[in-house]
Write a protein that binds this ligand. Sequence first.
Ligand code: GLU
Length: 277
Amino acid sequence: MTAFVTRFAPSPTGYLHRGHAFSALTAYEAAREAHGRFILRIEDIDRTRCRPEYDAAIFEDLAWLGLSWEEPVRRQSEHMEDYARALRELAERGLLYRCFRTRREIGEEIGRAPHGTMEVFRGQPLPAHEEAQKLAAGEPFAWRLSLEAAERTLGGFGALTFDDEARGEVQARPELGGDVVLARKDVGVAYHLAVVVDDAGQGITHVIRGEDLFEATHVQRLLQALLGLATPAYRHHRLLAGPDGKRFAKRDRAETLRELRARGMTADGIRKELGFG
Ligand code: GLU
């Protein structure tokens, strides 16, 4: 039997809501059906947004839903050196550049792109003397992946494909993400890098997550190729919508699992409602 290892990888930046429950249950049930393994990973690299009470609630809420997971649980904040190593490797190979632009500057630049469409950011390293000046002045910078350098290194993106359960073999289009940030000014590492390092390091064979991360998969497929990491199979599940037809999201103050629990909803009730009866 082939191995099946999947994961649920929440960020403790808010309480879990139905959308998270659906995602966690989808991965958990897939592992159970495949007689595989289910891993919980805490994606807490952004210390400015993560809070201990959200972290603790993840464990409480998932246990309440009836899930169990392997111990020890990997916490990204405890493995920053792993991500720094990958970052150094990419930087040494000339695949990254320092970006000193502020968020506002980038917004303005993207806004000025032709056709009025939102275009993703593509940039390039500053001339050496300008960069040296900024570094000497202690200006903060992010590390961005250079799509141009990546394309040169790989001889094009044509060979980058991934297996998507609903779509079959998908041609990766990393340009969808532009020159993504791989190390943030404030945090030292960014989401895409930590995820690919961990998915490979933890031997994840099946990444099961929401359709909202489909574009991220294109970017992550490129990082896997650049870092020589295995590519898991992907399943992007549908996003749950609330009664108003809008998808659940933390920022819309979707009702949290703990609020549902407090007003007497049972775990069985939620599971049934989400189609896991
Ligand atoms: N930590 C991410 C989130 O909370 C999910 C990452 C993933 O599943 O790849 O949205």
